[in-house]
Design a protein. Structure first.
Length: 511
């Protein structure tokens, strides 16, 4: 049997393992289940490929991305590894050819899309093969809490019963919050797995959130023709608008979205990858599986729907380890658009996730700690000094006292009203409705008369997105307390907000 060190050196040409890799490989070879959470580019593939090469029999790799499957298999074949794939896009004769080879135990690795497990024929064939590992790539797809839930991933657990000998399961993902991790463990019935969670920190990335009212103008401050940059927009239409405006200004720019004809799309992608064009304007269709290491900036022209997508996209900056930036241009219109989008879809938990994304844009806390906290990592610092909330460029404002005033008012109004009414009482409005409810008698009536409507509403929305208030109700949304509310009322925790937002809001309300 080949040793893992020899394979690493001879097949891959690397001299040492990255953190976590060797332990994962050894666990698999000892027939233990594995759950590995490593950032994109962390080196997950090698963790299941090396055991597959070293062990007798065939390893099945379940992967959702048909386009990447072929690339991976080509690379492995070029390294002299016996790898194949089966997906819905291949013709009949290649399918039969691959299945025949598989049956005779030709492959070290066989990549399949999860839909394949629906096929009785396929299940019959693999039951007669010697399977030594089920590797589940992008394992978060099994969870409804993950950002791209794939119902067909729920077929994977049936492989548990398919063999009358023990087969280890190894799950890999780049994005897993506690809920997703828990779900992967449960759905895949992982038995006392070896767990490896790599740090998600990207020390060479500078994070910033830029509140702006004029994105098209502000964008120009962050781009130039010598640095490679990706600008992500939320719609194809926005991609085209931004692209055309940059062409007019003579930027070296190209664009990408799923509506562009395939050959043009490939050309644009290559222009960017081979540095013929510096700037790529794209929807989130661009980037998956693209390994361009010298991207200096990832700019989000619109707020993404959740932190997982944001961090994955932002993480495409600075793969080479050199200083790079992740910039999010944020306007309150983004919240309106995203809330609308989410209400159109029926993704469970989408609202919660959007709230966390909104908090990221409004928080006055260190942005890196916010991100790491989101992925359940406890950072070793309070302030990183390397994000727009830490380096003194954006002032933050403590809004703990304001929050307490708002919460007290909601309490006195018996937690039965929405944002508009609460704001009116806090500002001290004295209309008929307020008088008929006796709210003009409350001690909190008018305690925020020196703030404008938008500031109060902004703080309320931060309270909601940070989980200190919940918005519920059948007919119209009502603000109610959560289990966390008391912590803020007792000042056991504090809340802060970027001052820029507050100032902008103040100015706009004076008009
Ligand atoms: P992931 O699947 O986690 O996104 P990959 O498996 O594609 O990451 O690995 C990312 C890059 O790192 C690849 O180019 C791979 O060859 C390289 N790599 C992985 N492990 C090592 C190692 N031990 N030494 C050097 N390079 C490595």
């Amino acid at each position: 049997m080949k040793t893992i060190q020899t394979v690493l050196e001879k097949n891959y040409g690397f001299d040492s393992f990255r953190p976590g890799q060797q332990q994962i490989i050894e666990a698999i070879m000892n027939k233990k289940d594995v759950l590995a959470i490593m950032p994109t580019g962390g080196g997950k593939s090698l963790c299941y490929q090396i055991p597959a090469i070293c062990m007798e029999g065939t390893s099945l790799v379940v992967s959702p991305l048909i386009s990447l499957m072929k690339d991976q298999v080509d690379t492995l074949q070029a390294m002299g590894v016996r790898a194949g794939y089966i997906n819905s896009q291949m013709d009949k004769s290649s399918y039969h050819d691959t299945m025949n080879k598989a049956m005779f135990g030709y492959y070290d690795l066989l990549y399949i899309a999860p839909e394949r497990l629906d096929s009785e024929h396929f299940m019959n064939v693999i039951q007669n093969m010697k399977i030594n590992l089920i590797a589940v790539d992008e394992a978060h797809c099994i969870s409804q809490w993950g950002q791209d839930f794939r119902p067909s991933y729920r077929n994977i657990p049936q492989l548990r019963e398919a063999f009358d000998y023990p087969v280890p399961f190894a799950a890999f993902t780049a994005t897993a919050t506690t809920q997703v991790k828990h779900d992967i463990n449960k759905q895949l019935c992982l038995q006392n797995p070896h767990q490896y969670v790599a740090s998600f920190d990207r020390p060479n990335l500078y994070f910033s959130v830029i509140p702006t009212k004029k994105k098209s103008t502000d964008l120009l401050k962050y781009i130039n023709n010598s640095d490679s940059a990706i600008i992500y927009c939320n719609t194809r239409k926005n991609v085209e608008t931004v692209y055309h405006s940059l062409v007019k200004k003579r930027f070296s720019v190209t664009y990408y979205h799923a509506g562009i004809p395939a050959d043009e799309r490939t050309k644009n992608q290559e222009d960017f990858i081979y540095d013929r064009k510096s700037i790529m304007v794209a929807t989130n269709a661009f980037g998956m599986g693209i390994d361009k290491s010298n991207v200096r900036k990832v700019i989000h022209y619109n707020m993404p729907l959740d932190m997982e997508s944001y961090y994955q996209e932002a993480g495409r900056a600075g793969r080479d380890g050199a200083p790079s930036e992740a910039i999010l241009l944020y306007s309150s219109q983004d919240i309106i658009t995203n809330t609308f989008l989410i209400e159109q879809g029926n993704q469970p938990h989408a609202k919660d996730k959007l709230n966390r994304m909104i908090s990221y844009c409004k928080t006055g806390k260190c942005l890196r700690s916010y991100i790491l906290g989101y992925f359940d990592e406890v950072p070793s610092w309070q302030k990183c000094e390397h994000c727009s909330n830490c380096d003194g460029n954006t002032e933050t404002m403590d809004v703990t006292v304001e929050s307490q005033k708002i919460l007290s008012c909601i309490y006195r109004m018996n937690q039965r009203f929405g944002t508009g009414m609460v704001t009116d009482v806090l500002r001290g409005k004295n209309n008929e409705r307020i008088r008929s409810l006796n709210f003009n008698q409350l001690s909190t009536h008018g305690i925020m008369s020196d703030y404008n409507d938008n500031t109060i509403k902004d703080i309320i929305s931060l309270l909601i997105s940070e989980g200190f208030l919940s918005l519920s109700g059948d007919k119209y949304p009502i603000l109610t307390f959560t289990t966390k509310t008391n912590q803020l009322l007792k000042a056991e925790v504090t809340l802060s907000m970027t001052r820029k937002i507050v100032e902008d809001v103040r100015k706009s309300s004076k008009k």
